[in-house]
Design a protein around this ligand. Structure first.
Ligand code: TXA
Ligand code: MG
Length: 345
């Protein structure tokens, strides 16, 4: 039996000492961060880290992020850090920002999937920070989900698929952001976004003066194409049901297109903004949040994607948003949930 620590609405986190000890001694802990839940292990213990890959069914060539709670931990695992990289960390840590740096040898190959670089993040979630402090080591943690599924943003959503595979579950309620961190690597002095997230290109540009978005964020990979981040290669966030993502700058065109697609199916399900729900007649609808509040959509979207299969739809039609600000990250996840089945009108 694993241990369940309920820290919802609590200010005293001393129970995390137990979870920290589990990490130290090589076990697995499900824990909240401000982005999504993590499936954590001692990031300096090769055998512990290997358990993560088994629990998730994750391909061993897809590296993990190390989570730290202070800058002393950083200097133990990364080297040759440039001024610009420090500037970015100072601006966005603690927070939903992961930076790819040169690794030190102490980081096990299992964490980096044999790469010479390492992804590092200092989360802002207080429970995550305390857990790392109690563990006293960087915590390696991918998003808590079986590989390919939407990331877990609350314990209920991932309990069935992961609870039997971990030694301890820390419940911190719903994740604040709801989408995984922005992943950045500085290449030739230019911060390059490998995975969009809550920290937007505009914010990075404000700090660095320049920003680049890797082209693979939206394009489907050609066979054997080389990528800067292995995670780009894999099917992700996808429900079992067939999905299509629809977007238009013009809301009337968007609604009309979605209705036009819906009538071609027997049991369509529409993931609609709060404002547009009324325009879809009798078609089954799930509300994803206000189209004028992208924070709300980001926070809801993985939980909604996890729900859709239970309705047995023959098509899931998803309202897209503009690819600006946080919309870039939302659309990146949705386009992959739809396996690049995208319509723009
Ligand atoms: O918000 C988050 O980042 C969450 C929470 C738990 O912190 N974690 C997370 O981890 O999303 P994961 O493993 O699901 O995604 C990490 C992504 C993968 O796409 C991986 O390929 C990429 O980061 N990555 C990790 N290390 C890398 C490296 N050295 N070079 C390039 N990409 C890397
Ligand atoms: Mg993931």
């Amino acid at each position: 039996m694993n241990k369940y620590i309920d820290l919802r609405n609590k200010n005293d986190f001393s129970e995390l000492e137990y979870a920290g000890n589990i990490i130290k001694s090589g076990g697995l802990v499900l824990f909240p961060t401000e982005t999504v839940y993590g499936l954590g292990a001692n990031g300096l213990n090769e055998n512990a880290v290997k358990k993560i890959y088994v629990a998730k069914g994750r391909n061993s060539d897809n590296p993990l992020i190390l989570h730290i709670s202070n800058m002393d931990m950083l200097s133990k695992i990364a080297t040759n850090i440039s001024d610009l990289e420090y500037k970015l960390m100072n601006a966005f840590w603690p927070g939903p920002f992961t930076i790819i740096l040169n690794r030190k040898k102490v980081v096990p190959n299992a964490v980096t999937a044999n790469l010479e670089t390492i992804g590092i993040r200092m989360p802002s979630n207080k429970i995550a920070q305390e857990l790392i402090s109690y563990a006293g080591v960087p915590i390696a943690a991918p998003s808590a989900n079986i590989s390919g599924k939407p990331s877990g943003t609350n314990i209920q959503d991932i309990f069935d698929e992961l609870s039997s595979k971990v030694d301890c579950i820390v419940d911190g309620g719903n994740c604040e952001v709801g989408l995984e961190s922005t992943v950045v690597r500085v290449i030739d002095g230019i911060p390059t976004i490998l995975r969009p997230g809550k920290i937007t290109p505009e914010q990075i540009k404000n700090v660095a003066g320049i920003v680049k978005i890797d082209k693979h964020i939206f394009s489907k990979l050609e066979e054997n194409e080389k990528v800067l981040s292995p995670g780009m290669k894999y099917r992700h966030y996808a429900p079992n049901s067939k999905c299509v993502l629809v977007y238009s700058k013009d809301n009337n065109l968007l609604v009309n297109k979605i209705n036009e697609i819906a009538v071609q199916y027997t049991s369509p399900l529409i993931l609609s903004s709060t404002e547009n729900k009324a325009f879809y007649g009798d078609t089954l609808v799930i509300d994803i949040g206000s189209r004028f509040n992208l924070n709300e959509i980001a926070k809801n979207i993985f939980a909604v994607l996890r729900k859709v299969d239970s309705f047995n739809p023959d098509i899931v039609i998803i309202e897209g948003v503009a690819q600006e600000g946080l919309g870039l990250a939302i659309m990146n996840r949705l386009i992959r949930a739809c396996e690049y089945n995208y319509v723009e009108v």
